[in-house]
Design a protein around this ligand. Sequence first.
Ligand code: AMP
Length: 210
Amino acid sequence: MKNIVFIGPPGSGKGTQAAILNEKHGFNHVSTGNLLRAEIKKDNALGNKIKGVMSSGELVSDELVAQLLKENIDLSCKQYIFDGFPRNVNQAEVFQDEIMSKSNYVALLFDVDTEKLVERIINRRVSKDGTQIYNLKTKPPKVAGICDVTGEALVQRKDDTEEVVRNRLDVYLKETAPLVEFYKSKNILNSVNADLNIDQVTEQIMNSLE
Ligand code: AMP
């Protein structure tokens, strides 16, 4: 099977599906958002700079994110889901030219009603490392406030507040949505209806890969 690039607005379920495909189908999940949050935890000058950009919902510089990604993947032996990268056409070009050849990946669009996203995101809670994702209404943890997997308290991402979410959606439409045409023109775009429930979306993804 090929590597997959997930494209979709914030809250469309990319991280949730990546965790399922990791557990059930052996894909490795690499999220540039999680890599950036790990940099912030280092509490150094670079981390503080990243924090400022992320807390406004804008994009971190292409060079920095591409570098971080390259340092954290090993394409020689692993098969990846790329979640959150590329985020604009420049990153997509760097991805194809410097990170992998066209023949080794497909792009998958999470097609979703953007009206529902703000509600979904403000109800999102995550494990401290960001790998386990819950929703207070549609996918609550077994014990309120506690991650089923790590047993630690769940947190709300600082950029999951309504104001920042609205800016992140604007940034998505302006910067990331053009990737749909980019990948269509390369004939490597599939899409799933991400308004369906979690299991149905997983099934659509697996079918799209056959
Ligand atoms: P995410 O976890 O994918 O929702 O990303 C959270 C935030 O991290 C975004 O709003 C951006 O500020 C930053 N970010 C994540 N991935 C990228 C990327 N590929 N390029 C630039 N900024 C990114």
